[in-house]
Design a protein around this ligand. Sequence first.
Ligand code: HAM
Length: 414
Amino acid sequence: MKQKGTRDILFDEMKIWQYVEENIRKICKEYNINEIRTPLFEATELYARGVGDETDIVNKEMYTFNDKGGRSITLRPELTAGVVRAYIENGLASTMSPLKLWYVGNMYRYEKMQKGRYREFAQFGMELFGSNSYLADVETICVSYELFKRLGLQDKVELSLNSIGCDKCRKEYIEKLREYVKPRLNNMCDNCKTRYEKNPMRILDCKEECCKKELENVPMITDYLCDECKSDFENVCKLLDEISIPYVVDKKIVRGLDYYNKTVYEYTAKDLGLAAGGGGRYDKLVEVLGGNSTPAVGFGLGMDRIIILLKEYGLCNNLTSNVDVYFAIIDDKAYAKAIEIVTKLRSLGIVVEYDICKRSFKSQLKYADKLNANFVCIIGEDELKNDECIIKKMSDGSQQTVKLDEKDIFESIK
Ligand code: HAM
């Protein structure tokens, strides 16, 4: 039995995945983003240091085990930390700066199951290293927004932005936040009581009604931003306005991973109540993980959730992949010649199938129909003798006899 939170993705849904991945590849090529693949598992310590050992992900959701050599290993719960490790270990800083990387890959979180929330899921992500300009924040937003746009989802997801400042402005803010929360803490949930001690900004993110009520007049980080953080955030917003990427400012966005600073953002499919993606700047992470201080910004979009949205809004209904031509072979002696022609047609980009079960002609035609074949190429004893074949157009049943070679067959099915 498959494990809770995992899924088999069968061929009909795979067509939608391929369609999304094709769009991702195309966009990343146009934006000159380099693909990176990192291991599925890393040392547990990477996530404790990188993502933050007080986050839900590290505290409650990781698949961690000791390998046979006694090392503590974790299945990656996200990819930013792994990409940063690879960036440092492979000396990528010296290759070019800024450097843009992208990935699509599975990750693992032991989460409570619900629609769109799995224990094995995939993200499309981008990480941009080496620019501390707000222009880099906008570049990552452009890439993520472009994917939603090409998939026809731009009106179905809302982009929310916030700035959570830098260490300097956050210090003063956290004091103010604790001051506000302290007298209210008794009425708040247990998680928030822990967050108050360890990670007070996460309190703002709490979904519990009792906490939301207590937080109605909570001070906001945006009122405590230093001049640099303030102007960076204003510049991000201004540029997004100028290039017509719609967004809302949501002062309560703090993100669930510890590495962020300054600009943070999330994409939400409001109607379905699903977080479709999130990202932001993480200027300290490269240094925290042992590299030279390097500003960075990136995002991760939930692939599984994008697929749900495409299905929900009927935006992936025309993805049937037809077979261009099916070779119905009625004479055993025709196989060698047929395979030779089929191979050449396939190399020309034509989708071809032929009978590999030695079925009756009638069953072969039935199968061709199931495959949605546009044409059937029939080779029987007479055709083989005359070096010919019959091309039958399945939509209207019309037939013509052509020479048994790939050029003539290619011409007749165009
Ligand atoms: P995250 O917000 O944890 O960010 O995840 C990004 C997206 O992954 C979510 O918005 C959601 O669409 C999808 N996702 C997360 N958990 C699940 C799940 N259990 N099942 C299905 N989909 C899920 C990160 O992971 C950061 N590393 C993003 C980032 C990259 N920030 C900077 N660079």
